[in-house]
Design a protein around this ligand. Sequence first.
Ligand code: BMA
Length: 327
Amino acid sequence: MKRHPLNPILSAKDIPYEASLVFNAGVCKWQGKYVMLFRNDYGSTEEDWRAARGAGKPYPGFSTNLGVATSDDGIHWTPGPKPVWAVRDDEVLRVYDPRLTVVEGRVVVCFAMDTRHGLRGGVATTEDFERFDVKSLSLPDNRNMVVFPERIGGDYIRLERPMPVYSRYGKTEAFDIWLSASPDLRFWGDSRLVLGAERVPYATTKIGPAAPPVRTPKGWLATIHSVRVSGRELSSWEGGWRKEYCAGLMLLDLDDPSKVVGLSREPFLPPVEDYETAGFRGSVIFPGGMILEDSGEVKIYYGAADTVECLATASLDELLRLCEPLP
Ligand code: BMA
């Protein structure tokens, strides 16, 4: 992977409204432009967190909204004048971590939603990035949903990451990648396990989907996020942070995407650069967008250190070569 020399390509200083952490964005190509829907956490700063930590006081916390940015080249981004989506009421605490897929000319937005009764994964559509029509919200706890860019067997298909706890007999955060199908983006079923966390050599706890998959001649190419708990404390604003998030790759069968036909044996994007290892939560790499260009270049957009949004590129052939058959 080549990290883009302009990284981070979007951060709080670029945003014309209150912003502290700009990351975990979804990206798609739509109506002749690149469009990014990003997560913006705001309401406190690094200084506030460090002051609270030094004084042994409770951490200040954030509010969250989603912002939009557009680009002609996928590298230089212009944010819109105001946030486009935020939900907070008696039940819903926030929506965050959006993912974008264009399916049959329509933009499908997947998102996570924190509620007072659990974490839910949502699927919405938008025609203008101003109004979002929510089609479905999962039962808790589930999130990290990404929709495939085509129907398969007549159905919309999504990857997702439920969070079973009670049934995993003491394993902490042993979370896996699943798949569900829907005729209409509203009713989801036919759910199947795709990849158990234990099959990913570089995960010590959970894995999950990252950016929406793209079609390649060899299969659906999909990024995953994988978590390993570090033996040492990692840099963070809050202290005590130990989870290293890396990006891996998997290749899924074109006709039956619940079948994994390839997996990268190592993370293809581990946290290395300063903007990846230091921030609100250091050593976190979380891809949310992948664009396959006609030239064969793949652009991968990722949140770094839960603080900024970055871009890395590679050729499709190189990425496919990394996906080796599972043992
Ligand atoms: C996950 C989510 C992501 C975040 C990651 C690392 O649980 O909250 O939004 O990037 O943790 O903090």
